[in-house]
Design a protein. Sequence first.
Length: 528
Amino acid sequence: MLRLVGEHLGRLQRTDLAVRLGIGRVKTGQNRRAERKKKLTAVSSSRWAGAMTRASEDQYQLSLRCLYDERTSLRRAVRAVEARLAVPCGQREGKARGYADQAERWAKQRRLAVLKTRLTNVEARIESGRPGIVVGGRRLAKSRHNLEKARLTERQWRDLWDAQRLFLTADGESGAPHGNYTISLDPSDGSVTIVLPEPLRHLSNAPRGRYRLACAVGFPHRREEWLDRVTAHRAVRYDIVHDPQRGRWYLAASWAAETAALPTPAEFRASGARMLGVDLNADHLAACVLDPHGNPTGQPVTVPLDLTGPTSRRDGRLRAAITRLIALAREHHCAGIAIENLGFDDARATGRETMGRGGRGKTFRRTVAGIPTAKFRERLRSMAFHAGLVVIAVDPAYTSVWGERYWKTPLQQQNQQITVTRHHGASVAIARRALGHRVRRRPGVTAHHQRMAGRRATGQAVPTPRARGTASPPRTASTPLPGVKTRPRRSDQLALFPDPEDRSRGHRTITGPVRDSSADTGRRRQER
């Protein structure tokens, strides 16, 4: 029955998608959705028709956004190649470097012609408003012509193709029984009933043209949240998917999350909560916990990240790594997780033009391609939201360089039982930026005492109030040097935190002696 309903609705949805493509790029009120929904209602139902027209519109808008992204990527690549072609071979003009020899230059001229041809085709599709959409997936469609390489038989490919082209999606509706009238799931016994389309109503086994499935369904994951919604009759969307390789049918439930009021940076720092800084690398995640003043606490943590194998395995390992980060943040009572706002779109689009050539360049490009920047950010954002944590994205500039310069050695001195890398220092730099502090440590902060376990917190970022008058206040081991106060900048740092660093002057290094002894209790005049 599920296969009959899915195939019938799938044909209707593909027909509606073709009609939507023919309409082209128009405003939302001119896409004739009401007219299309009325035609689909006669051969399905009103709610099925609403779900199909909504899916067609979402797919169309997504395809347009993909075309816009492809156009941007091609334009970047064209600009990079043209800039290097404008410079003679073996020479350099400003930041542009010419190609090594005439053979490479000739190959790049051919490459430029191919890129411009692709760019012309993409711009023509955008202008016409008709993107190319393959229902079932373009990759699966192409694998039909190379079944041996895909390790599939013709029968297996056909089963996968038919399963991908089924349409069994029902949008939720607040006030409907258990949040969805089209696909209804009773939380008391797990029974599932679906509304049959009009041509299949004669096959119903329940009142009002419905069909009750023989099996019961349960949700072991996030069941309490689902129960809260269905018992209150709030909207829940259901998707029924088929896995022909395992011979199973799955029911997935989804709903819109409540809009959360995120705290401002000033409120975040005033709360006195800790911050977990995370440095994303190709094969591991480096993390470190910081207190509200920007001082590292506890040991730096390394989370392995093996992203090899099929997509499902890579996604599972990425989720496992994020789960460990969330558990670490809860263990240390952190209120947020700070990450870098990494984006390699420009670098990936230009490829070897800006990312190096030869063996080192190829290795570097493979490393960059293996870093799951966008997927990691989205997975972390969604999982941290349900865990009650705030994700903060900061400027990634010089975090590894300055983290190694200012924080690798102090972290190694504080944690001699583990090996501290520059990536742990980068995680400290990321968390300090999220808290509104500068990356560098303040000079004159005392180090670990040789005989006592107590230690002055490194990188003290709290300004010490000065006494009024002309005389300098007495300086003790816990008083930082005057004249180098940290200047946190107040701004909205929740979506993309601005960088509080002042890079116009650079980071000042310590040229004079640093007082590391806790016995230094004498006064020190302020130099003018």
